[in-house]
Design a protein around this ligand. Structure first.
Ligand SMILES: Nc1nc2c(ncn2[C@@H]2O[C@H](COP(=O)(O)OP(=O)(O)OP(=O)(O)O)[C@@H](O)[C@H]2O)c(=O)[nH]1
Ligand SMILES: [Zn+2]
Length: 380
């Protein structure tokens, strides 16, 4: 899980910068190229590998006059056996221009699982402030595959802004992409609240918290009247469309969700934070991709990594921020996941007790539960 920059480390981010990142995310999801400026003032262009078609690689070459590279996460480069253990982003390049098909085959495990590498492929670790790192972070924030085609515009005269305007591209700074996630998280605002009686928990209300970028809201399901300032019985529940809504048997989320609300009601009061972090933060589309990889015999951790993600991409700043705004600085946390305990404490919330939250396997999710215990340290 990429470490969330501690709140205090992030510099203030102005509205224009946040808006630029937000617009670049939408452009990347539409398959458009975006211009990325690095700290040295140089500029280049990037396009998500998900939407790269033959012409997109050619277009990037025409735009910039340079041969594009494919930027992937270190995790993906390790899966391709091109790099040793490490973190960050890796640029994959050829002595000639990569074709769109080659880029897809390298970045997307579904595209051509045979894994044959083109001859002459080189892998280069990129700096945190590089355009390649920014492009991969942008794709990850856009809940796309964490990979992009990137090309510098070496010969551009004038400013990055002038070059971007000349080529009708949205311009975003690499530094702002790096800061974006922390700022979006720390600017959660409570935007609505209503009483919603639930079966077995009739004295319940739901409060919605919206991040400043207008992204998906996080919800607080408040059962009974927990006393502010006292340790509250709490569950941090990451959204699982398939488990929570459809009753999927591939995981234990649905039982954990309804079981937590019933447990909190039995206790008398508490809060369940329903966090917009589907797929341990990789989004529903990528989780479905991960399921297909699991159907080829890999486990839930390997599947994330084969896609180029960390085993867990979640950040816990939203949960900590919501708890603080609800008046709680200490919790009795209903979880089996040690990482949640560590991360919540790291975000300044005191975990006074771990309350086990275990449900029996259902004949379909033994592997999932076993992997959580054996590879993610879950305490069952
Ligand atoms: N990437 C990925 N995510 C999955 C898979 N199965 C379930 N998930 C996601 O895993 C998350 C489970 O979240 P939680 O139940 O809150 O937390 P947990 O990490 O299981 O730990 P507990 O608090 O002990 O339940 C949800 O976002 C699910 O969508 C999978 O195979 N791959
Ligand atoms: Zn689930």
């Amino acid at each position: 899980m990429p470490d969330a920059t501690p709140l205090e480390a992030a510099m203030p981010m102005d509205e224009a910068a946040m808006r630029a990142v937000d617009r670049a995310l939408a452009a990347m999801r539409r398959g458009e190229a975006v211009a990325i400026e690095t700290a040295d003032g140089s500029v280049g262009a990037a396009v998500s590998v998900e939407s790269v078609a033959i012409d997109a690689v050619q277009r990037l070459m025409q735009l910039t006059g340079a041969s594009p590279v494919l930027a992937v996460t270190r995790r993906r480069a390790m899966v391709l056996k091109l790099m040793e253990e490490g973190t960050g982003v890796v640029a994959l390049s050829l002595p000639r221009c990569l074709t769109a098909d080659e880029a897809h085959a390298l970045a997307d495990p579904e595209h051509r699982p045979d894994g044959n590498m083109p001859d002459g492929l080189t892998a280069t670790a990129m700096d945190p402030g590089s355009r390649e790192t920014a492009a991969v972070d942008l794709a990850r924030l856009a809940r796309l595959l964490p990979a992009a085609i990137v090309a510098p515009a070496p010969g551009h005269a004038g400013s990055a802004a002038a070059w971007a305007a000349e080529h009708d591209l949205l311009l975003v700074r690499a530094r702002d992409i790096a800061d974006y996630r922390v700022h979006v998280v720390r600017t959660l605002r409570r935007v609505a609240e209503a009483r919603v009686p639930l079966s077995g928990a009739e004295n319940t209300s739901i409060a919605a918290f919206r991040p400043i970028d207008g992204g998906p809201e996080h919800l607080a399901i408040i059962v009974g009247n927990p006393v502010e300032g006292e340790p509250v019985l709490a569950r941090l529940h990451s959204e699982c469309f398939t488990g929570d809504l459809l009753g999927s048997l591939r995981c234990d989320c649905g039982q954990q969700l309804r079981g937590a609300i019933a447990e909190i009601a039995r206790h008398g009061s508490g809060v369940l934070l329903y966090l917009a972090q589907e797929g341990r933060g990789i989004g529903l589309v990528n989780k479905l991709r991960a399921y297909r990889i699991q159907d080829r015999g890999f486990d839930t951790v390997d599947a994330n990594e084969i896609l180029g993600f960390e085993a867990d991409e979640r950040v816990y700043l939203p949960a900590a921020e919501m708890l603080r705004q609800l008046g709680f600085n200490a919790v009795r946390l209903m979880t089996n996941n040690p990482e949640k305990l560590r991360q919540l404490a790291r975000c300044g919330i005191e975990v006074v007790e771990r309350v086990p939250h275990i449900f029996p396997a259902n004949g379909h999710n033994e592997g999932y539960l076993r992997t959580k215990a054996e590879r993610s340290g879950h305490m069952f």
